[in-house]
Design a protein around this ligand. Structure first.
Ligand code: TRP
Length: 467
């Protein structure tokens, strides 16, 4: 297969000129892995693994990635490449070619809104890592007590001014790269950021092999004790498999739309999913030996990397170097993810006639503004629960609402609709041609899109609503 359906339609180029593609298949893989490897891998995966008891949770999570996450990723990449448009344009195009109407275009809108909202608060959280780089370099952790380190984090989140500075800086990093475009911006950035990320992570693991409580960490991560796996843990694992692979929010659809027509979607997606998984597990091996070796608590929750880990950096030899390395790693991982969140909006605005750089700036400024409401939710608006009257949102700050809406409603809904569209609405001929993979693999994919993925997503959806 050398061309896609959209390539064959004349006049498919949109906006100012011909639409870009990644220069190589590797560039797509680095960008998509950059999207999927983020705070989800280095901040969230370790702490939820700690909370839900280790090995058995990890095993179940791996199953979710392989059985649902990976096939849904293939679907998204396929829908994007087939249309060669931004997610909003792509779902409209796919809807029109498959049904004659544009009703399914709403899926692209849901995905793009999801990515926009996630970007708005992701930038604030990623911004936390920036002052921690400064603390680490300046030796602020050295010899500090748990209270003193807790205080560093506490005074950061309680200060609207400080949070604004770091949120602004992080958004500037994101817009700065994205404004330069797909090849000169995103591709060029991930080509050196992703290898740098791998090297930093390996150095941290190397330190642990030499000095940390590696055996204990390996047992914690890889020895399943199924008595510790709760229903809540299983739901968290399923939900996280979507978040960590950047699914149901148009990121993979947008990046897939630049994938050269002759690249294998299955092979590229498998590579990305493996990279994401290996990096999440490696992050566990970078963090837990330090946690166990210093008698710290693995189930410390969201504060694990900001409040627990720095205690260890303050005590260990070379802690200034390795502490700095860790927080730079966190910034890099978050940066390559935020690029993909902005992509769907920048690409859509470009289709609407703006230049690439204007599109990236407009979307970035809008996400920055919404992000400011997250900044305030952490301090001066921490008691402001605007939807208090709605039971589902009772007591939730704006930040809590964004998180809840995206993770528990928009992402499952978007993922479900994408699976149903690809599995039931698209003709088999169209999906088989757009995926271009061996017959047996196509059959497996089809069964997953038709039954397994919708069922699994519905379970998460209903459970989250009920719970
Ligand atoms: N996958 C990223 C992480 O693990 C988060 C992310 C990037 C994302 N792009 C996304 C999540 C798009 C949802 C949608 O941190």
């Amino acid at each position: 297969m050398s061309t896609t359906a959209a390539d064959a339609v004349s006049g498919v180029t949109t906006g100012a000129g011909a639409r870009p593609t990644w220069s190589t298949r590797l560039a797509f893989i680095l960008a998509a892995a950059g999207s999927s490897v983020g705070l989800g891998n280095i901040w969230k995966f370790p702490y939820i693994t700690g909370e839900y008891g280790g090995g058995a949770f990890v095993l179940f999570y791996l199953g979710c990635i392989a059985a649902i996450g990976l096939p849904v990723m293939m679907t998204e990449v396929m829908l994007g490449r087939r249309a060669r448009r931004s997610p909003i344009g792509a779902m409209r195009y796919n809807s029109e070619t498959e049904t004659g109407g544009h009703r399914w275009g709403v899926v692209g809108i849901i995905a793009t809104v999801t990515a926009f909202i996630i970007l708005s608060f992701y930038s604030v959280v990623a911004g936390w890592a920036l002052p921690f780089v400064v603390h680490a370099v300046g030796g602020a952790f050295t010899g500090a007590s748990a209270e003193e380190i807790g205080g560093l984090f506490g005074s950061l989140v309680s200060s609207p001014g400080e949070l604004t500075i770091w949120h602004t800086l992080f958004m500037l990093l994101t817009v700065g790269v994205s404004a330069a475009g797909v090849r000169a911006g995103v591709e060029r950035a991930v080509r050196w950021l992703m290898p740098a990320l791998a090297v930093m992570l390996l150095m941290l693991v190397g330190y642990n092999v030499a000095n940390g409580a590696m055996g204990e960490a390996v047992a914690f991560l890889f020895q399943p004790d199924f008595s510790k796996l709760s229903a809540e843990g299983m739901l968290a694992a399923m939900g996280h498999s979507f978040f960590t692979l950047s699914l149901a929010s148009g990121a993979m659809m947008a990046y897939g739309s630049y994938l050269p027509g002759n690249a294998s979607i299955a092979r590229a997606s498998v590579t990305v999913a493996i990279m994401d998984t290996v990096i999440a597990l490696t992050a566990g091996l970078a963090i837990f030996p330090i946690v166990f070796g210093n008698g710290l608590e693995p189930g410390a929750g969201p504060g694990l990397v900001f409040q627990t880990l720095p205690i260890a950096f303050g005590k260990m030899p070379g802690g200034v170097f390795f502490g700095t390395l860790f927080f730079v790693l966190l910034v890099v991982a978050a940066w390559t993810s935020s690029l993909s969140m902005l992509e769907s909006q920048a690409a859509w605005l470009e289709e609407k006639g703006l230049s690439r750089s204007t599109g990236a700036i407009v979307a970035g400024v809008a996400a920055w503004l919404v992000g400011m409401t997250t900044v305030f939710s952490l301090n001066i608006w921490s008691d402001f629960a605007p939807l208090d009257a709605v039971p589902m949102f009772e007591g939730k700050t704006l930040f809590d609402i964004y998180d809840f809406l995206t993770a528990n409603i928009f992402m499952p809904l978007g993922g479900l609709l994408m699976a149903v569209f690809a599995g039931w609405v698209m003709s088999r001929k169209a999906s088989a041609e757009a995926l271009g993979m061996p017959e047996w693999l196509y059959r497996v994919w089809l069964v997953i899109m038709r039954f397994v993925a919708p069922a699994a997503i519905l379970v998460i959806f209903v459970a989250n609503f009920a719970g």
